[in-house]
Ligand binder design. Structure first.
Ligand code: CUA
Length: 319
């Protein structure tokens, strides 16, 4: 799947991402999806051919089509065998892909579904949070990553179709999912369980880096944040943004909304729905309710264009 202009879409392009495995945990799912697609197409062609025979075929052929033998074979035996085989295939696949606890040295990330965005916490071996982020996950290529999925409110479903099957996020419970990207790139994802309001606008991006770039990314996130003493920081405080958002190294430590410590380096805004740039930052702050109706951030229409620009400059500086 392509992430074009910051907009993640799991629907565009060919092949669709569920048929285009980008790693070992998506491969068996893609194989099953191809089998369903091709098998379904063959069944459709056979049914249409039978319909043509029934309408316009020679009387002898039509008699055979309507005979007991054809009905028992095509209407009972074939679907019975095929559906049973698919059931067994699906159950075994579910079993095979069931992730258990972390493997030695494996990267662990906790992702929490929120109405309508994703809280991301990179964990150390002891399960302590070392990096906080939102709506975007950075991984090294060729390595499996264990995701610990839960929810803060209602049931969401985490789905990066290129990298793994989908997994529900259920309040009060942790579901494990392994992903692995074999090629560098950005893979789009989408909440796959209706969770009210702007459910359809709850996107996600996985950015897979070559090992060296990933190490650099990780180091930059772990380094103590640079002091942020620009005019934007003061406006951020006085406008009340800090009640909901955290910016590491500042007094802003709100937890209701996404962590903004590195918002300037994110691909998207509003959980995968807009490219992240100056214009969209200003538009989002002023009128996020038009861009993502029902989301939990109020509009800040009282800010002047100059103030919006000041805040956007500040957001852009948070790399
Ligand atoms: Cu979250 Cu649908």
């Amino acid at each position: 799947m392509r992430v074009e202009a910051g907009l993640t879409s799991v629907l565009s392009g060919w092949p669709p991402p569920v048929l285009d495995a980008g790693g070992p945990f998506a491969q068996p799912v893609a194989l099953l999806a191809w089998a369903l697609l091709i098998g379904g197409a063959v069944v459709l062609i056979v049914v249409l051919a039978a319909l043509a025979v029934a309408l316009w075929g020679k009387p002898s052929l039509r008699r055979r089509l309507g005979g007991d033998r054809a009905i028992w074979l095509g209407g009972v035996a074939f679907p019975g065998v095929m559906l049973t085989a698919l059931l067994i295939w699906g159950l075994r696949l579910t079993d095979d892909l069931q992730a258990t606890g972390p493997r030695a040295g494996e990267m662990r990330v906790r992702i929490t579904g929120e109405m309508w965005w994703w809280r991301v916490a990179y964990l150390d071996d002891a399960g302590r949070t070392v990096i906080r982020d939102a709506n975007e996950l950075h991984v090294p290529v060729g390595q499996s990553v264990l995701l610990e999925l839960d929810s803060a409110d209602v049931i969401h479903s985490f789905w990066i179709p290129n990298l793994a099957g989908k997994m529900d996020m259920i309040p009060g419970r942790t579901n494990l999912l392994r992903i692995q990207a074999d090629k560098p790139g950005t893979y789009g994802g989408q909440c796959a369980e209706y969770c009210g309001g702007p459910h359809a606008l709850m996107g996600f991006a996985v950015v897979a880096h070559p090992p060296e770039t990933f190490a650099r990314w990780q180091a930059s996130r772990r380094a103590p944040p640079a002091p942020k003493t620009q005019p934007g920081a003061e406006l951020f405080r006085s406008s009340g943004c800090a009640a909901c958002h955290t910016i590491a190294g500042t007094e802003a430590n709100g937890l209701a909304g996404p962590d903004l410590s590195h918002v300037g380096s994110r691909r998207t805004l509003g959980a995968g729905i807009l490219p992240n740039n100056r214009g969209t930052l200003m538009g989002w702050i002023a009128d996020s309710q038009s861009l993502k109706p029902g989301n939990r951030m109020p509009n800040y229409k009282q800010l002047s264009p100059e103030e919006l620009a000041t805040l956007a400059t500040y957001m852009e500086s948070l790399k």
